[in-house]
Write a protein of this length. Structure first.
Length: 212
C-alpha cells in the first residue's frame, strides 16, 4: 500500500471518523433492526398472525427475548469484533451461525416464544428471513464503514523501528478502523521519502509504504 502526501490530503470537512464504541453501537442497531424486523415480517407467512405493529405491542416479550438471545450468542462468537466485521472473509459466517442459533433457540423456548406453526414452511421462513436481513445489514455496514472517509487518520511519531512496528500493527489489526497517513520525524533527510517494510499478515507477504 502506498500513501503519498501528493495524492492524499487530510481535509477535516470531509472526514466522518467514528470511534470504535460508536461503530459497535451502529452495528448493534443494524443487527437488531434486521433481526426483529425480519422476524416480524416472517409472521406474515403464518395463518395465525396478521402482520401489523399490534404484534409488537401485544407481544413485547418475543422481541426482548430474541434480542437477549442474539446478544448472548453474539458475545460467545465475538460478532462485534470490528476488524472481522469489516472484512469480507470474516464478516458473514459468524453472523450466519449466531443468527440460526438465536432463532433456533428462540423457537424452542416454551411459553415465551410464539407457538410452533402446524406446518414446516412457516417455520423455515421464520428461521431464514431474519438471517437474510442480518446478512444484508452486515453487507451494507461492510461496504459503507470500511471506506476511508469513516476511518480515523493516524500520524505516527518517529519513523524508526518502533514507528514501523506500530504501523504494522495498525495495518494488521486496525486497518478497517484506522488509516496511517504518514510519519512525523525530526530527521530532515527523511522528509518526503517513503518507508518500505515487509508486512506479514492474513496469510500473505506484501510491501507496505507510507510517506513523511
Amino acid at each position: 500500500m502506498t500513501q503519498k502526501n501528493s495524492q492524499k490530503e487530510i481535509n477535516t470537512k470531509f472526514q466522518l471518523s467514528i470511534t470504535a464504541k460508536d461503530r459497535r453501537l451502529i452495528l448493534a442497531i443494524i443487527d437488531l433492526v434486521a433481526l426483529n424486523g425480519g422476524f416480524l415480517l416472517s409472521l406474515a407467512f403464518r395463518p395465525d398472525y396478521e402482520l401489523n405493529w399490534k404484534l409488537v405491542i401485544d407481544h413485547p416479550v418475543w422481541f426482548f427475548l430474541l434480542t437477549g438471545l442474539w446478544f448472548f450468542w453474539g458475545y460467545l462468537f465475538q460478532i462485534y469484533d470490528l476488524e472481522k466485521a469489516c472484512r469480507f472473509t470474516t464478516a458473514f459466517f459468524p453472523v450466519l451461525s449466531v443468527g440460526f442459533l438465536t432463532l433456533g433457540t428462540f423457537t424452542l423456548v416454551p411459553y415465551l416464544a410464539p407457538m410452533l406453526p402446524p406446518s414446516r414452511s412457516p417455520l423455515f421462513i421464520t428461521l431464514f428471513v431474519p438471517v437474510v436481513g442480518l446478512l444484508v445489514g452486515r453487507g451494507v455496514y461492510l461496504l459503507v464503514f470500511r471506506q476511508s472517509i469513516f476511518r480515523r487518520k493516524v500520524l505516527i511519531l518517529g519513523a524508526g523501528g518502533a514507528g514501523r512496528t506500530i504501523c504494522q500493527v495498525f495495518q494488521e489489526y486496525g486497518q478497517t478502523i484506522y488509516e496511517v497517513v504518514g510519519f512525523i520525524d525530526d530527521d530532515p533527510e527523511k522528509f518526503g521519502k517513503l518507508v518500505t517494510f515487509n508486512h506479514q499478515g492474513r496469510g500473505e507477504l506484501q510491501d507496505q509504504k507510507a510517506s513523511f
